[in-house]
Ligand binder design. Structure first.
Ligand code: B16
Ligand code: MG
Length: 210
């Protein structure tokens, strides 16, 4: 039986897509690379460094490794400035109710996010206290679709992957969950991934699956 639930952060609990988009648009603009919202969708669940590689590829642009690291840092500085505007009001509808019910049912809860800003986002939105563990970009070497971030989350919860369900909005995240041996619940776009165990449209539907 399922004993734990691991939630992706960006796109599931809160939507910072738009803030990532604003920050990457500024960097792409400086490089003269056209960058659209559709391009931004490809960056979901993908690490900062890999996101930059995708943008450079769009522009057919080559820069040195040093320059890449400067650009990634600059993007993060812009993004973090934008994150300062985040508050409890930015938490997706139904999130707190769903977490409360899962806790009442005795499930262990964790966050599994590629972001190295996850803890700051959880603090700012007041969500940190709902989770028994946070596995994020700070404790992994390989980013989604590698299962590492979810495997660490399960470990932190002292559960096996088979005992945990992962809730994801990104295809890379669904792939990571499947590769790790987790039940994969896909919300939104990720729901159409052929390998999802269950597809949901709103977070509250998690309660019908666990
Ligand atoms: P950072 P998630 C991911 O978070 C985002 O979806 C992705 O767009 C971002 O590039 C990645 O975190 C790294 O974020 O630059 O803050 O370290 O969806 O895995 O919660
Ligand atoms: Mg996500």
């Amino acid at each position: 039986a399922t004993r734990g639930v691991i939630f992706d952060l960006d796109g599931v609990l809160i939507h910072t897509d738009d803030l990532h988009f604003q920050a990457w648009s500024e960097i792409a603009g400086r490089l003269g690379i056209p960058f659209t919202r559709e391009d931004n969708d490809r960056l979901r669940g993908v690490s900062r460094e890999e996101s930059l590689e995708i943008i450079l590829e769009i522009g057919g642009t080559q820069v040195s490794e040093t320059e890449k690291s400067v650009l990634a840092d600059e993007k993060n500085a812009i993004y973090r400035t934008l994150l300062r505007g985040l508050s409890a009001a930015d938490v997706e509808p139904g999130v707190r109710e769903t977490l409360a019910t899962l806790r009442e049912r005795g499930l262990r809860l964790a966050v599994g996010s590629s972001s190295r800003n996850a803890k700051m986002i959880l603090e700012r939105t007041g969500l940190r206290g709902w989770f028994d563990a946070v596995s994020d970009g700070e404790n992994i070497v390989r980013s989604k679709p590698d299962p590492e971030v979810f495997l660490r989350a399960a470990e932190f919860l002292a559960l096996t992957p088979a005992q945990c369900a992962v809730v994801e909005d990104a295809r890379a995240g669904v792939e990571a969950a499947v590769a790790g041996g987790f039940t994969a619940i896909g919300i939104g776009d990720a729901g159409s991934h052929p390998e999802v165990t269950w597809r949901i449209d709103t977070l509250g539907e998690v309660l019908e699956r666990i």
